[in-house]
Design a protein around this ligand. Structure first.
Ligand code: NAD
Ligand code: MG
Length: 387
C-alpha cells in the first residue's frame, strides 16, 4: 500500500487519540495533513508538534490565539471555526478523512469531503443517522468509500468482504451497558457517574451515556441500514455482555459469519485506515480459556425506550432520525450536567418527536433546519424541569 494521507477530525477524542496510536505504530504507512479539536487546545498543540500536519483547526474561535502562538514558526497553518472545519478536508493531498467528531456537527465536513472525492473512515455515526440517504447517495455519486469505524459495522463490513450474496439479516451485538438487567424503578435515580461506568469499552462521555440508555444501539441500527442497504426488519439487536462477537451476518442459506476479537477500538480503526489490507500488530490476542462463556439475551425495550424510539424513527423515515438524534444530543448534555434524569432523556426525545412535524425527502438545508429546531424544542423541555 502506498502511504495514505489522513485528515483526522476530532483527533483529541477517544477515537481520535486511538487513531493516532495506530498511525504512530505504522509511521511508514501514514502521513497526517489535518488534525482538529473542539476546545481541547493543549492536546491539539501536542499532537500537532508530534505529527506535523499541514493544518490544524480549533473549533472555538476564542482558542485560536493560544494554538497559533504555540505553533508559530512551525509552518503549521492554524484555523478556527465551523467553516474552516468543513473546508480543511479539501486539501489536495488528503486520501482519507477519519471523522471522529461527536454529534451532528460531523455532517457538514463529511459531505464536503465526499464531494471532494475523499474516502471517509466514519466513526461519527450521527452523520448517517441524521442524513444517511443523502450521504450514501453522494458517496455513490462521487465514487468514494465509506469505511465503518464503529466496531459493529466494521464487523459486518469484514464479514462481507468477498461476498456478492444478498444478506438475509444482520445481528448487531450490544454489551447492554452498566444497567443491563435493571428495571425502570431501579433506573429512576441512577447518576451520571453510574452511567459513565461502561463495563467493556472506554469511550467519550456522549457515547458512553448512549450505551447505558441503549440509544447507541438505536443509532447503530440506523447507521447499519444506510451502510448496508437493509430494511429495519433485517436488523436485529442481541445483547452479548462479553463484547467479543462484534456483530454477525446471516446469509440466505442460513449460514452466519461473525467477526470476533477483544474489545479494542484500535482494531476497527486500523482496518478502516488500511483496508483492504491487514497489517501485523502486537495488540493482545483473544484467549478462549479466558472467555469460556459467550452469552446472549434479548434487549429489554420496555425498560430502555430509546431503542424502540430509534426503530420507530427509522421505519417512519423522513426527518424522524434527525429529530431523534438532535433531541438525544441535548438530553445527554443535560443529563451530564445533572439537569434531567436518566429516564427523562427518553421522555424528552419522545416529546420532541411529537412536537416537530415530519418532512418527507429532506434535503441538506431541511436537515440543518430540523436539527436546529429539534435542539430548540429539546432545550425548552430541559428548561421546563419536568424531566
Ligand atoms: P469524544 O468526545 O471522546 O471526542 C470527540 C472529538 O470531537 C474531540 O476531538 C472533540 O474535540 C471533537 N468535537 C466535539 N464536539 C465537536 C464539535 N461540535 N465540532 C467539532 N468537533 C467537535 O468522542 P468519541 O468517543 O471519540 O466518539 C467520536 C465519534 O465516534 C462519535 O460519533 C461516537 O459515537 C463514535 N464512536 C466512538 C467509539 C469509541 O470507542 N469512543 C466507538 C464507536 C463509535
Ligand atoms: Mg458501536
Amino acid at each position: 500500500m502506498e502511504k495514505r494521507n489522513l485528515a483526522i477530525l476530532g483527533s483529541t477524542g477517544s477515537v481520535g487519540t486511538q487513531a493516532l496510536e495506530v498511525v504512530r505504530s505504522f509511521p511508514e504507512r501514514f502521513d497526517i495533513s489535518v488534525l482538529t479539536a473542539n476546545n481541547n487546545y493543549e492536546t491539539l498543540i501536542a499532537q500537532a508538534l508530534e505529527f506535523r500536519p499541514m493544518a490544524v483547526v480549533i473549533l472555538q474561535n476564542d482558542l485560536y490565539s493560544p494554538v497559533e502562538e504555540a505553533l508559530s514558526g512551525t509552518g503549521i497553518q492554524v484555523l478556527s471555526g465551523a467553516d474552516a472545519l468543513s473546508e480543511v478536508v479539501e486539501l489536495e493531498q488528503i486520501n482519507v478523512v477519519l471523522n471522529a467528531i461527536v454529534g451532528s456537527a460531523g455532517l457538514k465536513p463529511t459531505i464536503n469531503a465526499i464531494q471532494k472525492g475523499k474516502d471517509i473512515a466514519l466513526a461519527n455515526k450521527e452523520t448517517l443517522v441524521v442524513a444517511g440517504e443523502l450521504v450514501m447517495g453522494l458517496a455513490n455519486q462521487h465514487g468514494v468509500k465509506i469505511l465503518p469505524v464503529d466496531s459493529e459495522h466494521s464487523a459486518i463490513f469484514q464479514c462481507l468482504v468477498g461476498e456478492s450474496n444478498p444478506i438475509e439479516k444482520i445481528y448487531l451485538t450490544a454489551s447492554g451497558g452498566p444497567f443491563r438487567g435493571k428495571n425502570r424503578d431501579e433506573l429512576l435515580f441512577v447518576t451520571k457517574d453510574q452511567a459513565l461506568k461502561h463495563p467493556n469499552w472506554s469511550m467519550g462521555a456522549k457515547i458512553t451515556i448512549d450505551s447505558a440508555s441503549l440509544m447507541n444501539k438505536g443509532l447503530e441500527v440506523i447507521e447499519a441500514k444506510w451502510l448496508f442497504g437493509l430494511s429495519p426488519e433485517q436488523i436485529d439487536v442481541i445483547i452479548h455482555p462479553q463484547s467479543i462477537i462484534h456483530s454477525i451476518v446471516q446469509f440466505e442459506d442460513g449460514s452466519m459469519k461473525a467477526q470476533m476479537g477483544l474489545p479494542d477500538m484500535k482494531l476497527p480503526i486500523q482496518y478502516a485506515l488500511t483496508y483492504p489490507k491487514r497489517y501485523a500488530n502486537n495488540y493482545p490476542r483473544f484467549d478462549f480459556m479466558a472467555h469460556k462463556e459467550l452469552t446472549f439475551e434479548r434487549p429489554d425495550m420496555e425498560t430502555f425506550h430509546n431503542l424502540k424510539l430509534a426503530y420507530q424513527a427509522l421505519r417512519e423515515g423522513g426527518n424522524r432520525p434527525c429529530v431523534l438524534n438532535a433531541a438525544n444530543e441535548i438530553a445527554v448534555e443535560a443529563f451530564l450536567r445533572g439537569e434531567v434524569s436518566f429516564l427523562g432523556m427518553s421522555e424528552i426525545i419522545e416529546e420532541t418527536l411529537c412536537q416537530i412535524k415530519n418532512v418527507d425527502n429532506p434535503n441538506l438545508s431541511d436537515y440543518m433546519a430540523c436539527d436546529e429546531e429539534s435542539r430548540l424544542v429539546a432545550r425548552n423541555l430541559v428548561l421546563s424541569s419536568a424531566y
